[in-house]
Design a protein around this ligand. Structure first.
Ligand SMILES: *[C@@H]1O[C@H](CO)[C@@H](O)[C@H](O)[C@H]1NC(C)=O
Ligand SMILES: *[C@@H]1O[C@H](CO)[C@@H](O)[C@H](O)[C@H]1NC(C)=O
Ligand SMILES: *[C@@H]1O[C@H](CO)[C@@H](O)[C@H](O)[C@H]1NC(C)=O
Ligand SMILES: *[C@@H]1O[C@H](CO)[C@@H](O)[C@H](O)[C@H]1NC(C)=O
Ligand SMILES: *[C@@H]1O[C@H](CO)[C@@H](O)[C@H](O)[C@H]1NC(C)=O
Length: 650
């Protein structure tokens, strides 16, 4: 019994305490009085309890007293901003707000740091609904518990916009619809519920007057507003930073929103796998769509609103803009920054495109025909790509010069990434010579150079006869070398002449005027055996010749067509008997005075043919300038120190 009564009394005291805190105008003395009266109504032993509870009571009372007063942050005739609203000062707040009837001047009301239960919150909302407040904001509402159905009276309001940020519902179990229907059915134009971990929102039960809905930073999913036909006036819908996953469902969501112009779906988990999934439910009025920071790939282009003018696909995983898939005739602004594109997209599907942002992709070498394929583009933002500074990029740099300032962020944002050596160089400062980059030009140049070289060589050969000089020089060095290796003297004992000279009668003029004077003149004078001069009477010509040859160290033949036709036969005999020439061809010197056409050489002259084929002869140059070398060469070929030269002179 005693236990029971003390329990009851405690309950009573508690109620009393809360009453005190609510009605905060009651002074401490009144509290004391009240408490006294309460205790008087109970038995003696209660007073013990009272004494024990007293410090607790006072503490509580003191705390509640502090909570009674809110903090005024702003107080003007049009605008009121209060903070620290608790369950304890709610009644006072309602009393205060009730004064601002419709027609009063207060239009903006902000309540922050609210810590109230559901019913108190609804009381506040309902009161404000009927005041003159047009813009109502709440920020940081905590301790929201005991959510239950509330019969909200929507009639007669001045309110235009409701903004609620950071509403935390502490209730774990409640009927979700009780909460959502209050807000869904508000017939106002603008509503924001942000940063509140909200997982759902109901479709308004009647035609709604919402024009602007902002539910950013919540936990909304693909179930939002599916099959909702009551948002006919909605123009702006912001759903960024939620948990939407299916682009198809988002498309379906907008199907009933006949006035929707702007939709922000950025920072969700949106995907679209394409593969013939029907996706064309987009509101036709939709002109601006933000799909940035999702998980969209190339297939997104199969699921876009046809009339969109401004589209952001920034920060997705698009690697290619498929051509021929999306026909977005109204698209004026396209943002594809921070994707994985490897080249600029063409404009075949986007005939009205004016602005393109393609920064921070994987474009090494942007194709240079961009402005041709996209004639309407006024601004291209292509900086911060890993540009590969090579010949192909030159075309793009030229494009910049021709485009007339259409490249946004030039030059600072356009920097070489590859090759390593050029990293950090601005594209503006990257130059390669025209030759290094133009293959045709390079080929033509190489060809021209080759031709020039050929021409030079031909010139040298034809006009300066360099090969002749080379051959002569070669022969001269060879002779010198041989002379060095086989010093004369071993067979020289029986020899009287340096050389025997043989020629056709018709070439005698040259021999007498050129050859002999040149060889016999000067130092190291050459002794020549000439069959006319050194003729031994009584012997046949052939015998004389053979005699002459045998006494000479070398044999010089002045070859010409005349010689071949008239004289060669004389020597054939000699050659036939004396194998000397074939064994020691060193002793044979052939001078080609005039070219001998091969057909002039009779077929039986095998030896001559072989000699001619080997080109072991010296050619007599027509040009005067070459004569000196010719003689030097010839002299070197003959040059033998005759041990008996003095005898011969005598
Ligand atoms: C606002 O200021 C007026 C006087 O300027 C004062 O009467 C009123 O009580 C204030 N309101 C609040 C909520 O503090
Ligand atoms: C809300 O409460 C926090 C912590 O008590 C305080 O720092 C902040 O200034 C309060 N906000 C307002 C608008 O009074
Ligand atoms: C009231 O709030 C609206 C919307 O936030 C704002 O545009 C307006 O300037 C505010 N008025 C006053 C008097 O603060
Ligand atoms: C929100 O309000 C509560 C009191 O209502 C306060 O304790 C808390 O610090 C506030 N939080 C912020 C972020 O202002
Ligand atoms: C809101 O709807 C109620 C009826 O439900 C109506 O009385 C009221 O005038 C409407 N208010 C506005 C601002 O449309």
């Amino acid at each position: 019994m005693t236990l029971n009564t003390s329990f009851l009394r405690n309950v009573f005291l508690y109620k009393c305490l809360f009453a005190l805190t609510f009605w905060n105008h009651v002074s401490l003395s009144v509290e004391d009085e009240l408490f006294t009266s309460v205790s008087n109504n109970f038995q003696e032993d209660v007073s013990k309890q009272k004494i024990m509870s007293l410090p607790l009571l006072y503490t509580k009372s003191y705390q509640s007293k502090a909570n009674v007063d809110w903090v005024v942050i702003q107080n003007t005739t049009e605008s009121l901003s209060l903070s620290e609203i608790t369950d304890h000062n709610v009644k006072k707040l309602i009393a205060l707000l009730s004064n601002f009837r419709q027609g009063s001047r207060l239009t903006n009301l902000t309540l922050t740091n609210m810590s109230v239960g559901w019913n108190n919150l609804m009381e506040i909302f309902q009161t404000i609904w009927h005041t003159s407040v047009e813009y109502f904001n709440t920020n940081n509402v905590t301790q929201l518990s005991d959510v239950e159905s509330y019969d909200f009276d929507y009639s007669g309001t001045s309110m235009k916009a409701l903004t609620m940020k950071k509403i935390a519902i502490t209730d774990m179990y409640f009927t979700q619809d009780d909460l959502y229907k209050i807000f869904a059915n508000m017939n106002i134009t603008d509503m924001t519920i942000a940063d509140s971990e909200m997982i759902h929102m109901l479709c308004p039960s009647d035609k709604s007057s919402f024009r602007y809905l902002n539910f950013q930073k919540n936990d909304l999913t693909d179930f939002l507003f599916q099959k909702c036909d009551n948002l006919l006036q909605l123009e702006t819908l912001i759903l960024q930073k939620n948990k939407f996953e299916s682009l198809r469902k988002v498309s379906f969501m907008t199907s009933g929103m006949k006035s929707l112009k702007y939709l922000d779906m950025s920072n969700n988990l949106l995907r679209h796998d394409g593969a013939d999934v029907p996706c064309q439910w987009w509101a036709e009025s939709l002109a601006e769509l933000d799909l940035s920071s999702n998980q969209l790939v190339d297939a997104v282009f199969e699921c876009l609103p046809v009339n969109v003018k401004k589209l952001s696909l920034q920060n997705n995983q698009i690697s290619n803009v498929p051509s021929g898939v999306a026909e977005l005739k109204s698209l004026e602004e396209l943002n594809l920054a921070s994707n994985r594109l490897a080249d600029l997209p063409g404009c075949s599907g986007f005939t009205s495109l004016q602005f393109l942002n393609i920064e921070m992709n994987l474009i090494f070498t942007p194709s240079a025909d961009f402005f041709q394929s996209c004639p309407r583009v006024r601004e291209l933002q292509a900086g911060h790509n890993p540009f590969k500074c090579s010949c192909e990029l030159q075309a793009f740099i030229r494009l910049e010069r021709r485009s007339g300032g259409k490249l946004f962020g030039w030059p600072a944002a356009y920097v070489c990434e590859y090759p390593e050596g050029l990293r950090g160089t601005e594209l503006k400062d990257f130059h390669l010579s025209l030759l290094a980059c133009n293959t045709t030009l390079l080929l033509v140049t190489a060809l021209l150079l080759t031709l020039l070289l050929v021409a030079a060589v031909a010139f040298l050969c034809i006009y300066l006869d360099v090969p002749w000089y080379v051959r002569m020089t070669w022969q001269w060095t060879q002779t010198k070398r041989r002379a060095w290796h086989n010093p004369a003297g071993d067979q020289g004992a029986m020899l009287q002449f340096h050389a025997f000279i043989s020629y056709s009668e018709r070439d005698s003029l040259w021999v007498k005027n050129e050859l002999i004077p040149n060889l016999e003149r000067g130092e190291g004078c050459v002794q020549l055996c000439q069959h006319e001069r050194n003729f031994i009477p009584g012997k046949s010509i052939v015998e004389n010749i053979i005699n002459c040859i045998e006494k000479s160290y070398k044999s010089i033949f002045v070859l010409s067509p005349n010689f071949v036709q008239s004289e060669w036969c004389h020597y054939e005999l000699y050659f036939a008997h004396h194998k000397l020439f074939s064994e020691n061809s060193n002793s044979l010197i052939l001078i080609l005075l005039e070219p001998i056409p091969p057909y002039l050489i009779p077929a039986r002259y095998h030896k001559l043919k072989a000699l001619m084929a080997k080109r072991t002869y010296m050619e007599w140059p027509k040009e005067r300038s070459k004569h000196a070398l010719f003689w030097a060469n010839l002299r070197a070929a003959i040059n033998i120190n005759l041990p008996i030269s003095s005898e011969v002179n005598e």
